[in-house]
Design a binder for this molecule. Structure first.
Ligand SMILES: [Zn+2]
Length: 189
């Protein structure tokens, strides 16, 4: 990715900007204020997901219609179905928490729902579920099974739900299943 004038750009857009600056006789002076500076995004950690700042003009664009939006869905303040590439930076602990909080927030506009599907597919966030002895099913997001189990344990204990007779972390951990399709119309904790 490239940093340029306080914005982040994907490799394609950054290289494009470097080319056009070069064509205009502008040299790299090592300052991101005047010339795009390359950073390996795999070595970078962020507190929240970043998309290429070229937005709908991004050379590595993502079309939210591939992630569940349809042509007839209202954009509700967003400008386009097309968004800039999601930069492949790692997430800090705070960044993971930020993504989980956003995923849990409801209701979502069709735009937000599609953007979040893109995030879920890019970062390894999953959904785990557990069926309580009462027959109620609980779903939780997590970057790992352990993280989802923690959420499920605290909610089930709060609701006095048991699982195979117990409600300890051990009982729940053994009954938890990973889900491969994000369920619609259920509350995911
Ligand atoms: Zn881009």
């Amino acid at each position: 990715m490239y940093v340029y004038q306080a914005d982040l750009f994907c490799d394609y857009c950054g290289e494009d900007m470097c080319d056009s600056l070069k064509d205009n006789g502008i040299e790299d002076d090592g300052d991101s204020g005047t010339y795009p500076q390359y950073h390996n995004e795999e070595d970078s950690l962020t507190d929240s997901p970043n998309h290429c700042a070229s937005e709908s003009d991004c050379k590595a664009w993502e079309d939210l219609r591939f992630y569940g939006m349809s042509d007839t869905d209202p954009l509700r303040g967003a400008e386009d179905f097309i968004v800039g590439e999601l930069l492949a930076e790692g997430l800090t602990e705070q960044g993971e928490q930020y993504v989980l909080d956003i995923l849990r927030a409801c209701p979502k506009t069709p735009y937000q729902a599609a953007l979040h599907v893109l995030w879920v597919r890019t970062y390894s966030v999953g959904v785990w579920c557990v069926e309580a002895d009462s027959g109620n099913i609980y779903y939780a997001w997590g970057f790992s099974a352990e993280q989802a189990v923690k959420t499920l344990v605290s909610v089930m204990q709060e609701k006095n739900e048991t699982c195979d007779g117990g409600n300890s972390e051990y009982d729940i951990e053994n009954a938890v299943d990973e889900i491969y399709d994000i369920p619609k119309d259920v509350e995911i904790l």
